[in-house]
Design a protein around this ligand. Structure first.
Ligand code: HEM
Length: 487
């Protein structure tokens, strides 16, 4: 049983229960408030109880830990005590109808990590550059065009990222007819995926109405066809990531139907974050002229005359991509403000958790443990001055090198910004994601004039449903104008 009598045991040196807040409604507890705006609710609880507490949400007790100095105690704990696979399996099934026999996320991650890093990274970077050019530069129209910045960012990143990992319709990137096919097919995939994306958060929380469930089932059917084994087998330029994942599914003995479902799950995992991240980054730049000027100046320095000939280029070298400290700071700052995943563990056996300051708390079998780095470190006023403000040079030292010393209560932090997760929950596509984001933004800023249609309209609200699942999305889109520069 959960009780609130934790003080006595803390004084006696034994682990104590974290402060418990059950809420007033039996069983449901805080479900409503938590579901409506998790960030607001958890920061209210933090003010009331401090950086560790337990809440009741729809019958489940969830211990929330918000002390970044103590995150390592959870991130490196053994899987037999704090399990990260169980909740992942629940979500896979609820969101994507995927059930894999003997699914072990850590084994899968270890196997796929290499396909996205080291020598495979340079092939991915090259392929991404070609695919971005196919989408952005084929239309030579030099008139001003208008559109939503979120749509521009998400659709371009997802389509190019999809073509890069899942392959092209034909082998030759430069062939206009094969480019046409890639544009048409990737657009169909994006349009269907975006329809699904709007329902996914509520599917994860089992909150879809019967009508919505039917609609979601229809969208998934169409996506499963687009990603079917038969179709993927016909593709050219498939990445080693795709080949390895397919082999892995075959080795698990999964039938073709389940393979396409898993391919859709992976489309979300690999393409759901980078597009929204690019949206926020570009929006912050468009709203902060000094930041935009600094980034443009840096691009001029590293790319020089190549900016004018980007259309003829075959890629941007890793050396150039690694040599943009101002852009790196902008990206870190944009992600600090908008990356809000939960890091979740199921408590498999009664255990104790020792925090960095020596306090020790008990964790109960059957409860869930959750870290929310968005609240701390990312939005923590003790670590970042004016944490809600975008400051493009926050991660730069005065001499232009990367700033990586951040402190809380005098202690230098190892984890001061966690958009990519940490420990076993680290993103294995991070380097590919960063290269892809850079290539898109560098192409866009070099080859296009881009401006807000309504300057001064500010930054839109977050869609609060998205807290807990990665990069946030805006409530509505922001209109921009863009025009291909004369070459
Ligand atoms: C801005 C872009 C991105 C961000 C912020 C991001 C963030 C994350 C985070 C926080 C996780 C850990 C999830 C967890 O274990 O709880 C993760 C996992 C992962 N990411 Fe990324 N990611 C991004 C882009 C990408 C891209 C482009 C790829 C593609 C190749 C990718 C591939 C993966 C994979 C395969 C996993 C493992 C998923 C799993 O554990 O099942 N990510 N990402």
């Amino acid at each position: 049983m959960h009780s609130s009598s934790y003080c006595a045991s803390q004084l006696s040196g034994l682990p104590s229960d974290p402060p418990l807040d059950k809420g007033h409604i039996p069983w449901f507890g805080h479900a409503r408030e938590f579901g409506k705006d998790p960030a607001k609710f958890l920061s209210k609880m933090k003010q009331k109880h401090g950086d560790i507490f337990t809440i009741r949400v729809a019958g489940k007790f969830i211990t929330i830990l918000l002390d970044p100095c103590s995150y390592d105690a959870v991130l490196w704990e053994s899987n037999s005590k704090l399990d990260f696979g169980k909740y992942a399996r629940i979500l896979m099934e609820r969101m994507f109808d995927v059930k894999l026999p003997n699914f072990e996320p850590s084994d899968e991650k270890a196997m796929l990590r290499l396909t996205l890093q080291n020598k495979n990274l340079s092939s991915l970077t090259k392929a991404m550059f070609f695919n971005l050019k196919t989408l952005l530069l084929s239309d030579q129209n030099q008139q001003w065009q208008e559109g939503g910045l979120f749509y521009l960012s998400y659709s371009t990143m997802l389509r190019a990222g999809y073509l890069t990992l899942y392959g092209n319709e034909e082998e030759n990137y430069d062939d206009p007819s094969s480019q046409d096919k890639d544009r048409a097919h990737s657009s169909e995939v994006y349009n269907e995926f975006y329809k699904l994306d709007r329902f996914l958060m509520r599917a994860a929380r089992s909150m879809l109405t019967t009508v919505e469930q039917k609609e979601v089932a229809r969208i998934k059917e169409r996506l499963w066809k687009l990603l079917s084994v038969e179709r993927l087998n016909c593709k050219a330029n498939k990445s080693s990531w795709l080949e390895s994942y397919k082999k892995h599914l075959e080795e698990l003995g999964v039938d073709e139907d389940m393979q396409s479902r898993a391919m859709l799950l992976q489309l979300w995992v690999t393409q759901g974050n980078a597009g929204p991240a690019v949206f926020w980054l570009l929006l912050f730049l468009l709203n902060h002229p000094a930041a935009m000027a600094a980034v443009q100046g840096e691009l001029e320095k590293v790319l020089g005359h190549r900016r004018q000939t980007m259309k003829q280029m075959h890629g941007i070298s890793q050396e150039i991509l690694d040599n943009t400290p101002i852009f790196d700071s902008v990206l870190k700052e944009a992600l600090r403000l908008t990356a809000a995943p939960f890091i979740t563990r199921e408590v498999l056996e009664d255990a104790s958790l020792r925090l960095a300051d020596g306090r020790e708390y008990s964790l109960r079998k059957g409860d869930r443990l959750c870290l929310f780095p968005y609240l701390s470190p990312q939005m923590d006023a003790e670590i970042y001055e004016d944490p809600e403000k975008f400051k493009y040079d926050r991660f730069l030292n005065p001499d232009g090198t990367e700033k990586n010393d951040f402190y809380k209560r005098g202690t230098r932090l190892k984890h001061y910004n966690l958009p990519w997760g940490a420990g076993i929950n680290t993103c294995i596509g991070k380097f590919h994601a960063i290269n892809s984001i850079k290539q898109f933004v560098f192409l866009l800023l070099s080859c296009f004039d881009l401006e807000l249609k309504h300057p001064g309209s500010g930054i839109p609200e977050f869609d609060k449903e998205r807290y807990g699942f990665g990069i946030l999305q805006p409530e509505g889109d922001i209109m921009v104008r863009y025009k291909l520069k004369a070459s």
